[in-house]
Write a protein that binds this ligand. Sequence first.
Ligand SMILES: Nc1ncnc2c1ncn2[C@@H]1O[C@H](COP(=O)(O)OP(=O)(O)OP(=O)(O)O)[C@@H](O)[C@H]1O
Ligand SMILES: [Mg+2]
Length: 476
Amino acid sequence: MAELTTKLENSSIASPKTQGNNNNPVSPTKNEDLYQVSDRVWLILTEKLGSGGFSEVFKGYKENKSCKVAIKRIKQSEADDPKSKELDILQSTRHDNLVLYYFTERTSDYLYYVLELANYSLDGWIKLGNHDNDTLTKVCKDVATGLKALHKKRIIHRDIKPQNVLIFIKEETGKLVPTGKLADFGISRILNEDEEAALTTKGHVGTQTYLPPEAPEAEEKMELKLSFDIFPLGILFGFAMTGGQHMFSWPGQTAYFEIKTKIKNNEPNWSLLDEKKFTALKNLLQVMLSTDPNKRGTISELLDHPFFWTEEEGYQFLVKVSKEIKNEKACNTAVTFAAQKFLSDLPDWKVRLDDKIQEWIKEKDMELMELEKSKTHKPNALNDNWRKYNGRSIIQLINFIRDQDEHYINWLSSELEDERIFGNKQLPKYRSYFMRTFPELPTLLYNVLQDQKFQRRETAMFYKHNLNSLFELKSK
Ligand SMILES: Nc1ncnc2c1ncn2[C@@H]1O[C@H](COP(=O)(O)OP(=O)(O)OP(=O)(O)O)[C@@H](O)[C@H]1O
Ligand SMILES: [Mg+2]
């Protein structure tokens, strides 16, 4: 298949408004150059969406021209090659995160795969810019979920890259919501049952800048495993989250052969992920971009990582950790260890909080001191929900977030009723504030607690797999 080529002029494949589906019939415009393939399929020759070595993709219509679709036209000779599994895969997989296949038409020269029409490819959609972090994370999770469905069926995609991920935009309660779907099974392989790897003589197909380091040069033999897909998926996550950067591109070194060398030498450009909002992504990619395919984790294990969590899930994890700390001494010890990493950059977590909150904490501390001085005070009698929080303890930070969540109505209504910080007393905004202020916290704790075997594992639901120290806290 052809080397990375951007097929989408103006990035747009179809606007959500013009895209047809069965609920939203479309009719052809007068000047469309239509080619009738069969009594139920028409190609719009003037609207080519892409082309590769053996195929071309066009916009078109199906069924009385009532529904706009994408049509992939492939030469018979290519489609009939026993190695080609594209049609088998299209027919046998149905999943929300895999491109939807309708049916195939055959003529003497070509096969026409009729597919649902996407609004964008991932690269075109990323180039539009202006996507918030949650939306980008959601799309990454979609693609990973699509890959999980493939891997469950022992299908190796083999050509994961932004051009092979399609974006479908749907309107949901007044908001445009994108869904990512994996497409293009042109060079995919299916492993037999009990087979861990397939032998292929063509290691070097696919897109150069997305090939994992084990892909051999030229036409050497190689063992193709599911882990082959994890590496380019990692590059794709980096591409999406950084607004289109390649994880192996360095300043002044963005040519494909330079990127390839960096991949072979295992030199990802981590400086692309320096901001603290990228902590979870970096921690995940340090695994996915491993040179050793056996250290990349399976797609199911990876999907449990905090990178894919919503802010609310991150918050719920912290609550569970705080319970685990109470019940399990070993948890307390592990969290204290995490604190050393976390707090070496940040000797007092309070300084990250908004000035107003810091001020408020000081006032509360003063109040408590006054109470303690007064003879009438019995410990905890008046102010059960306030204690002095030590800025050098990560356990105290978790407690602070959780305690104040429980009592937030009290303190928000008085001292801190501030739209700017908490969005008018909305609990999700309150939680979101803390998750954005300490974005590294869930990842850090997830790492140090990944292998702990506690009697009372409060966080069990977050650890579905036995991770065997899969994730690592590295400072590079
Ligand atoms: N269902 C679809 N809706 C909209 N656009 C599509 C659809 N399928 C494919 N395309 C566009 O056509 C391009 C080529 O499609 P696809 O990747 O399936 O073909 P290919 O010939 O195997 O390409 P390559 O060889 O470059 O990998 C895609 O990158 C995408 O831009
Ligand atoms: Mg393709």
